[in-house]
Design a protein around this ligand. Structure first.
Ligand SMILES: O=P(O)(O)OC[C@H]1O[C@H](OP(=O)(O)OP(=O)(O)O)[C@H](O)[C@@H]1O
Ligand SMILES: O=c1cc[nH]c(=O)[nH]1
Ligand SMILES: [Mg+2]
Length: 219
């Protein structure tokens, strides 16, 4: 399985990631959501370089221009709710893609130290032989991603899976390596952070992405 950590190269991506982490900036929800979207756009561009392309000549007013267009059928799959802005960024670039949504969230027990991931809703097209971009800004334990993937597999088997995340923990990367098919999975992360705290939040991470984007929810 290929793991691509985009933070190993300096680019404008670093500014957007820094803003969503920064306690002095991240509480501006409009900017936070916009930054998730901008990061989705940059990742789309990076992922697009791995797709299959075919030549397609275009008639301009003055002649024929050879162009190369990707031929893969794409499905952008997103885990509610923190994934919504990120999803929009992917859809801005892959505007012909189909879309899938899974509601997976960490349901905490009384002590707030342990949780189980609850999946209650899935809306997806058929996935057979398509390229699935499975997007979620946070990959902490990796459990939401794994369960969402298994829920999506009821809709068919994709040819390739790109797991796209903004901040992953090293633990989640190791977990996904174990749980996802090795040969046809690629993980893209804008940053890989070293640890999780007792409540399984990524450290240093950014806090709760869903709450920062949409406000706190009643538990
Ligand atoms: O890797 P994991 O340990 O499963 O954690 C990651 C999940 O946590 C966040 O969602 P959350 O459950 O907070 O739901 P929300 O989007 O409604 O805030 C995030 O968007 C991931 O889906
Ligand atoms: O650090 C984390 C872990 C899970 N979900 C988040 O939003 N942040
Ligand atoms: Mg959350």
């Amino acid at each position: 399985m290929e793991i691509i950590n985009l933070s190993t190269q300096n680019s404008i991506l670093g500014r957007f990631v820094s803003e969503i982490r920064d306690v002095n900036i991240q509480n501006d929800r409009l900017r936070f959501r916009k930054n998730l979207e901008r990061i989705g756009e940059i990742m789309s561009y990076e992922i697009s370089k791995t797709l299959t392309f075919a030549e397609h000549d275009v008639q301009t007013p003055l002649g024929i221009a050879p162009s190369f267009l990707h031929t893969d059928e794409l499905v952008i799959g997103t885990i509610l709710r923190a994934g919504l802005g990120f999803h929009h960024g992917f859809l801005n670039y892959f505007d012909y893609a189909e879309n899938a949504f899974v509601s997976a969230y960490r349901k905490y027990r009384e002590n707030h130290q342990s949780f189980h991931v609850s999946i209650e809703y899935i809306a997806s097209p058929r996935l057979d032989n398509k390229v699935l971009l499975l997007t979620d800004p946070m990959l902490a334990t990796g459990e939401s991603m794994e369960l969402s993937y298994h829920a999506l597999l009821t809709k068919g088997t994709p040819r390739h899976i790109h797991i796209a995340t903004i901040i992953a923990s090293q633990q989640a990367i190791d977990y996904c390596k174990e749980k996802f098919p090795d040969a046809n999975t690629t993980i893209w992360a804008a940053a890989i952070d070293p640890t999780l705290n007792a409540e399984s939040y990524i450290v240093p991470g950014l806090g709760d992405a869903g709450d920062l984007a949409y406000g706190e929810k009643d538990s």
